[in-house]
Write a protein that binds this ligand. Sequence first.
Ligand code: M7G
Length: 180
Amino acid sequence: IKHPLQNTWSLWFYDNDRNKTWEENLIELTTFDTVEDFWRLHHHIKQPSELRQGHDYAVFKQGIRPMWEDDANKMGGRWLISLEKKQRNSDLDRFWLDVVLLLIGENFEHSEEICGAVVNVRPKLDKIAVWTADTSKQQANIEIGRKIKEQLGIHGRIGFQVHRDTMVKHSSATKNLYTV
Ligand code: M7G
């Protein structure tokens, strides 16, 4: 007997093909809704550090596309963790696994505010982000941010950015609505 998760989750891959639009490059690879299926998938696919630069994974609740424009995300934002290049070997895969386990294990008081998580593998800074649904829910968002920091063992501060700001600015210039 498999152990069911509270939600069904989709794994997405971003392919970075120059001949396609950003949206066309997003591929929903599979869905999973049990602990066992998650681990089987995890062992079967490349780890983020093994992806080519420019590629992403996203894990979102089924029915939510990992884009700002989705109804579930359009009022939302993200807790952003930027990783220095040297952390790709030491932290990237571990952080990503821990974040995904936090999500699928519904380890937040306000799990209903969670939309999903993204990992961007990039030449400069790799990024991991947890996307939440409603930027106005301060208490819920801060609880989620604190939990992420605690789980990953991050000592520095992390910031929460509004998607509507990220959309119009380069991410490094986007101001934080919350920090923990
Ligand atoms: P990124 O891949 O999130 O980060 O955004 P990066 O700058 O480190 O590579 C790169 C570009 O992808 C953005 O400037 C947008 O053009 C596009 N893009 C990213 N996201 C998350 C979205 C989205 O949700 N919707 C749309 N339409 N474009 C996006």
